[in-house]
Write a protein of this length. Structure first.
Length: 239
């Protein structure tokens, strides 16, 4: 929230991106000024990816570089703005690849399981959801074929987005959708791929925007139920 307009009976436990404990934590090793926010800026309290040049975004391919801790680094630039979680382009960024943090849940979680549910980061915007290790949360089922680096989709169970990871028999590892070429937006049509699988006849494939991280779901806030939008604790200290 921005300027205070109400008084709550109880204080909130935290703001997303806050440390969830005083336990040891560690940052991604980088030189001074090496990691900077990219052209779209970086949103605090989400996962982020740094490229080889040190440019950081809330989107990327493969496992994220780290989590963006809240250290009052957001900068309000909008006219009459009261709040922001956005670190503007060009500002220095610190990423954490270990520790205990508060984060916002995007998919309902009923309980804290054992073994712990893993945090899966969206490669599209850095948000997260929780699922069993090795699973593919929110994966789409496609009926598709390939020719060189073009994916032709004839059926899909959901909306296809640029940046999704595609898997299937004969599909090369780390094959991502880089753009739509023809067809209905986000649905049937042709898409360009980041690799060249060659010719694959029509088969069942999967596409997902989520990648498993080294963080696990550690707990809810007092009175929390794991509902969508609630703050939850994530950690790299327990499996």
């Amino acid at each position: 929230m921005g300027f205070q307009k109400s008084v709550n009976q109880y204080l909130p436990p935290a703001v997303e991106g806050d440390f969830a404990s005083s336990n040891p934590r560690h940052a991604v090793l980088a030189s001074e000024g090496q990691l900077v926010a990219g052209s779209a800026g970086v949103i605090v309290g989400r996962f982020a990816w740094a490229n080889s040049s040190g440019v950081v975004l809330n989107s990327g391919q493969g496992a994220p570089t780290g989590f963006v801790h809240r250290e009052q680094q957001g900068l309000i630039t909008a006219w009459l703005g009261e709040q922001t979680m956005l670190v503007p382009s060009g500002m220095a960024i610190t990423l954490h690849n270990g520790g205990d943090f508060w984060a916002k849940n995007t998919v309902s979680v009923a309980t804290i399981s054992n073994p712990r549910l893993k945090a899966f980061a969206s490669m599209l915007d850095g948000t997260m959801q929780f699922a069993a290790s090795g699973s593919s949360p929110s994966a789409l089922t496609l009926t598709a074929s390939t020719a060189t680096n073009v994916l032709t989709v004839t059926a899909t169970s959901g909306v296809i987005q640029t940046g999704m990871l595609v898997t299937g028999a004969g599909v090369l590892a780390n094959t991502y959708i880089t753009g739509q070429l023809t067809g209905t937006a986000g649905s049937t049509g042709t898409y360009s791929l980041s690799t060249t699988p060659g010719t694959i006849a029509s088969e069942s494939m999967a596409a997902t925007a989520y990648v498993e991280t080294n963080y696990v779901l550690a707990g809810f806030s007092n009175g929390g139920t794991g509902a969508v939008g609630e703050l939850v604790k994530i950690t790299t200290g327990g499996k």
